[in-house]
Design a protein around this ligand. Structure first.
Ligand SMILES: Nc1nc2c(ncn2[C@@H]2O[C@H](COP(=O)(O)OP(=O)(O)OP(=O)(O)O)[C@@H](O)[C@H]2O)c(=O)[nH]1
Ligand SMILES: [Mg+2]
Length: 392
């Protein structure tokens, strides 16, 4: 099943608590504090993975949590770090913060990895808190919470060529001819209900990814037919193939059909309408097709029109070569997003979970203790020790 939108909650792991422990050994009367640090919580990463082409997994599962860090142990032993959680998404997925609506990342190209929620740092064990006047601290730092975000994932497929045209024009038939994809084909409109991808191999080195989307009809921009909602799946394409049924059953002239689709395309997005468009007349095997093509050529003087039969497989080679050349010249790749993609993720919203209090030491105010912890943290960061926070 093709799913192109999903809302999920990701939760990074909480850091493990620092440990309160005193060294107790034979012949070591005043062993001193030896409670180790808690492990860092696991982070959540999104990875654009080739071969994953739907958000189906995300619809079935709303909560994705990374492992918590383990608490520290005696003898200054640090707790184990929590495992990171990797979520595989289709290349082309846009990631929004569902609460703020901000765009967080564009998962393009395949292989791109984004740390979307950072794990919490493990707490310091009590041996860190020893000072000349505080020789046996009976407290440690609790682990810090991991980041949590509610994400809206929206897929915009990545393809070189987008097939557009009226229902029944033969788009799916063409895709099945050019690639190993086996979309549903039938002689009624709206056979295709969701986008399909196929790969056309021109030869060993040259391949084109082709996207077949549901047919468009007049009024689609006002929601007629399946509307325009699938057009976002051809935003990233380099070239459009506008497929015309040269002898449509309803008797409409191919020229009128062409104009109708152009209007709807423009209403959806002038940027999409401005993409290079290759015009293809299909069903040339039908009797009377040659005359209809002559009429169309007359109506569109100077415009190159490829004549093919998707069923018979004629005229496909020159079409593929032209598509290849046009695709090489056209940039593609970018979806039409108005907002910039942040170089660094904005911090996650503050945690709503109750936080453990830092147990106060009798003669220290909390603030003094917090300052002490900040200083330790800064020192650790400076020395490049631990922590996942800030780690890519
Ligand atoms: N004679 C002939 N019929 C064709 C040709 N190409 C497609 N058809 C027929 O046209 C009908 C519609 O084909 P589809 O490939 O399902 O059309 P589509 O554009 O994908 O249609 P939707 O998915 O409904 O938008 C089917 O009955 C096909 O067999 C062709 O080259 N010649
Ligand atoms: Mg179809």
């Amino acid at each position: 099943m093709f799913i192109d939108e999903a809302i999920i909650t990701v939760k990074a792991g909480r850091g493990g608590n620092g440990c309160v422990s005193m060294r107790r050994e034979k012949y070591v009367p005043h062993g001193g504090p030896d409670g180790g640090d808690g492990g860092d919580g696991g982070s959540v990463h999104l990875v654009a993975t080739a071969g994953v082409d739907t958000l189906l997994d995300m619809v079935g599962r709303h909560h994705w949590s990374a492992e918590e860090g383990k608490p520290g142990l005696g003898k200054k032993k640090a707790g184990r770090d929590g495992e990171d959680l990797i979520i595989r998404v289709p290349p082309g997925t846009l990631v929004y913060d569902n609460q703020t609506g901000l765009l967080l990342a564009d998962m393009t190209p395949a292989g791109r990895s984004v740390c979307i929620a950072k794990g919490g740092r493990g707490g310091y064990g009590n041996f860190h808190f020893t000072t000349p006047t505080r020789q046996a601290p009976e407290f440690a730092q609790p682990g810090l919470p991991g980041e949590t975000r509610e994400l809206k994932l929206q897929l915009r497929l990545i393809a070189d060529v987008g097939l557009i045209g009226k229902p029944n024009a033969g788009k799916s038939t063409l895709l099945s001819r050019l690639s190993a994809a086996r979309p549903k084909i039938a002689d009624y409109p709206f056979t295709t209900l969701s986008p399909q991808l196929g790969i056309a191999e021109l030869d060993m080195e040259r391949r084109l990814v082709i996207a077949d989307i549901p047919g468009l009809i007049g009024g689609a921009s006002h929601g007629a037919g399946l509307g325009l909602e699938f057009l976002r799946h051809i935003e990233r394409t380099r070239v459009l193939v506008h497929l015309l049924d040269i002898l449509p059953l309803d008797g409409e002239s191919p020229y009128d059909a062409y104009q109708t689709i152009r209007t709807e395309l423009f209403n959806y997005s002038p940027k999409l309408a401005a993409k290079p468009e290759i015009l293809v007349a299909n069903k040339m095997d039908l009797s009377g097709a040659a005359e209809a093509l002559a009429d169309l050529r007359q109506a569109m003087p100077g415009r190159q029109i490829f004549a093919i039969s998707a069923v018979a497989g004629t005229g496909l080679r020159p079409l593929l070569e032209t598509l290849w050349t046009a695709a090489q010249k056209s940039p593609g790749g970018q979806a039409f997003i108005n907002e910039p993609i942040p170089a660094e993720l904005p911090p996650a919203a503050p945690h709503t979970e109750p936080q453990d209090e830092i147990p106060a030491e009798p003669d220290a105010t909390d603030q003094a203790l917090l300052d002490e912890i900040r200083a330790m943290e800064a020192d650790d960061v400076r020395k490049g020790r631990f922590y996942r926070r800030g780690k890519k």
